[in-house]
Design a protein around this ligand. Structure first.
Ligand code: HEC
Ligand code: HEC
Length: 326
């Protein structure tokens, strides 16, 4: 934060300096100084003004996202809540927050002690470090109330209300109140584990400028209360399964595919394939990682996660993927 503020001050200093030099050039008695200096320093002033404005805007959106206050909430932690939370966490969160291996990448294994620097790993380390947090009570979450942890998931802000850069890209604000509470309940039961790596965000000024320019998309604010659609093999519930099952994070909000971007390569639209196969073939494909034509899913498709889904959740996903886009 301090470094980013110093960079911002530096840019403001450069704006003043170049503005002043521009003014002096225009006042000069020599015509070439008037033209070259005037235009050159005017352009530099505008350039630094743009950098300071977008960077300042990005920093403001991180530090003052305007999130609502954390709800006053105590999660009961019933066995049903813990079991539901375990199902959701092992499907969603473990992919990023599981213990980091020797290469720093998540191992998909417990403990959920975090430490994976997703920015460096995915090739956008030039915006700073975004390191998955330790989700066990051995880390900072021990100092969060249930309400603060609930708000972290719903609004993607930390205990102090600062925006979480990467979490904001994920659709967890759409999880129901009951499922959000179930996740809180389960995280509280984890064995405390330590994490020696520095976790959390360290966005640099380049990242702040990109954020200010809206290049990460505007984080959507979560509603005060969210209810899940009625459970069943319907397209509506299937869309909800695609939210906690992570499919929408990669295949796009409507599961129609995503083009290549700064955050990664293009991901295909799964609907044409799924529409051409039966529900049984779909379930078999998601459980085995092999498509009906005998081709395995490529490396980038984490079918092992979807393979753990219940039959009824897979049936709902099938209904969603074969229904008109909604
Ligand atoms: C695609 C990767 C990814 C997934 C999936 C993911 N997270 Fe995160 N999470 C991160 C990163 C990276 C951070 C560090 C802060 C940031 O950049 O958002 C983080 C930070 C957090 C934090 C710390 C908040 C704070 O106050 O500092 C919590 C809590 C959290 N995640 C919970 C979850 C839960 C619960 C799930 C599953 C429902 C989940 N995350 C899924 C990447 C992920
Ligand atoms: C981490 C990103 C990621 C997640 C999460 C993810 N997918 Fe994929 N998926 C991919 C990639 C990458 C491919 C294959 C790209 C290719 O063929 O080159 C793929 C391929 C597929 C295909 C095959 C498409 C075809 O025509 O060959 C289906 C079906 C599919 N995914 C369904 C799902 C479902 C359902 C979910 C949620 C349970 C899901 N995916 C979650 C990245 C992801």
């Amino acid at each position: 934060m301090i470094v980013n503020l110093l960079v911002l001050l530096l840019f403001i200093g450069l704006i003043v300096l170049c503005g002043w030099l521009c003014y002096r050039s225009i006042r000069s008695s020599k015509l070439w100084v008037k033209i070259v200096g005037g235009v050159g320093f005017a352009l530099l002033t505008l350039l630094f003004l743009g950098a300071a404005f977008t960077g300042g805007k990005g920093l403001a959106s991180v530090y003052f996202p305007g999130a609502p206050a954390a709800p006053d909430l105590t999660v009961a932690g019933t066995p049903e809540q813990v079991a539901r939370g375990e199902y959701l966490v092992n499907m969603s969160c473990i992919g990023c927050h599981s213990a980091a291996g020797a290469d720093g990448a998540p191992t998909m294994q417990h403990p959920l002690s975090g430490g994976w620097n997703i920015a460096a790993a995915e090739g956008f380390g030039f915006i700073g470090d975004l390191v998955a947090e330790n989700l066990t009570p051995g880390g900072k979450l021990a100092g969060y109330t249930d309400g603060e942890l609930f708000r972290t998931l719903r609004q993607r802000v930390d205990k102090d209300g600062r925006q979480l850069v990467f979490m904001s890209l994920l659709p967890y604000g759409q999880l129901s109140d009951a499922d959000t509470e179930a996740i809180v309940a389960y995280l509280r039961t984890l064995e405390p584990a330590q994490q020696s790596a520095a976790t959390g965000d360290k966005l640099n000024f380049v990242g702040a400028m990109m954020m200010g320019a809206g290049m990460f998309g505007a984080p959507e604010q979560g509603a005060d209360t969210v209810a899940a659609p009625p459970e069943g093999a319907t397209a509506e519930y299937g869309k909800y399964v695609a939210t906690f099952g992570e499919c929408r994070g990669c295949h796009g909000p409507d599961l129609t595919g995503t083009p290549a971007s700064a955050m990664g390569p293009a991901v295909p639209n799964p609907r044409p394939l799924v529409s051409g196969i039966s529900e049984e073939q779909f379930v078999a494909m998601m459980r085995s990682g092999v498509k009906p034509d005998g081709q395995p899913f490529p490396e980038g498709m984490p079918w092992q996660v979807a393979a753990q889904m219940t039959d009824s959740d897979l049936a709902a996903l099938y209904a969603y993927l074969t229904a008109p886009v909604q």
